[in-house]
Write a protein that binds this ligand. Structure first.
Ligand code: PGA
Length: 244
C-alpha cells in the first residue's frame, strides 16, 4: 500500500525505460501495484514487452455482493496477467487460510491468469523447527489440489516472514535449503519435469547487494521484491544481477 497514481506512474515509467537489453531475454519482470493502480500501470507497461503486470490480491468469487473486493475478471480486464496470493501480510492481517487460498488459486487459473503463490514460516515456527512441515502443508492445502497442467501456471514465492520488510535476509544457504525442499515436494507430487520448470522466487529484504548471492543458488529462480522495488534504480539493479 505504497505510492499513489502520480508517483506510481513515475516509478513504472522509469522501470520500463531501464529494463532494456541488459536484462536477459528469458527473464520476466512483473510489477504488482495495488489494484486501484493496475489499469494505469498496465497502460504504461505496455511499451516494454519484458514488463508485465500483476495484482497483489483478488477475491475468490466470480462476482457479486462483496463490497470493496476485486474479482479476478476485473483485474484481468484492466491488464493484469498475474496475481500474488497468500502474501504473509494477507495471511497475518486478513486471516487468509490455505483453504481460502486454494479457492483463490482456482479463480485466478480459471481466468487464465497466473498465481504467484507465497509460502513461508515465521521466526517462531523456524525456531521450533516446524518450518518444513509448515511449508509442506501450505503447498498441500494451497496448490497441490491442482492438476499437473494447472500447476504449470503457478509461480511459487518462498518468503520467510521474519525476512519481509525487516532488513534481515535469509542467508543464501538458508533460502536454498528451503527452495530445494519445495522443489522436491513438487517432484514428489507432479514429477521431476514439473519441478524443474516451476519458478520458485525468494522474497524478503532482497536488495542490490544481496541479490546476486541469492540468485546464484541452484533452486532460486528469481525474487519477489518489496521495499527495494519502490526505487527504480534498486529494482532494476536487482533484476540485472540475475544472470544464470
Ligand atoms: P521486502 O518485501 O523485500 O521489503 O522484504 C518482500 C515482500 O513484501 O514480499
Amino acid at each position: 500500500m505504497n505510492l499513489d497514481l502520480t508517483s506510481g506512474q513515475s516509478l513504472i515509467s522509469e522501470v520500463v525505460n531501464m529494463v532494456n537489453d541488459e536484462v536477459r531475454g528469458d527473464q520476466e519482470v512483473i510489477v504488482c501495484p495495488p489494484s486501484v493502480l493496475v489499469y494505469s500501470i498496465a497502460q504504461l507497461a505496455k511499451s516494454n514487452p519484458k514488463v508485465s503486470v500483476g495484482a497483489q490480491n483478488s477475491h475468490e468469487a466470480e462476482s457479486g455482493a462483496y463490497t470493496g473486493e476485486t474479482s479476478v475478471a476485473q483485474i484481468k480486464s484492466v491488464g493484469a496477467e498475474y496475481v500474488i496470493l497468500g502474501h504473509s501480510e494477507r495471511r497475518q492481517y486478513f486471516g487468509e487460510t490455505n483453504a481460502l487460498l486454494a479457492k483463490k488459486t482456482d479463480a485466478v487459473l480459471k481466468h487464465g491468469l497466473k498465481p504467484i503463490f507465497c509460502i513461508g514460516e515465521t521466526l517462531e515456527e523456524r525456531n521450533q523447527n516446524i518450518h518444513f512441515q509448515l511449508i509442506k502443508d501450505q503447498l498441500a492445502e494451497g496448490v497441490f489440489h491442482l492438476s499437473v497442467e494447472e500447476f504449470a501456471n503457478v509461480v511459487l514465492a518462498y518468503e520467510p516472514v521474519w525476512a519481509i520488510g525487516t532488513g534481515v535476509t535469509a542467508s543464501p544457504e538458508q533460502a536454498q535449503e528451503v527452495h530445494e525442499f519445495i522443489r522436491k515436494e513438487i517432484a514428489a507430487k507432479y514429477g521431476e519435469e514439473a519441478a524443474e520448470s516451476t519458478s520458485i522466487l525468494y522474497g524478503g529484504s532482497c536488495n542490490p547487494k544481496n541479490a546476486a548471492d541469492l540468485f546464484a543458488q541452484k533452486d532460486i529462480d528469481g525474487g519477489l521484491i518489496g521495499g527495494a522495488s519502490l526505487k527504480s534504480r534498486d529494482f532494476v539493479d536487482i533484476i540485472k544481477t540475475f544472470n544464470k
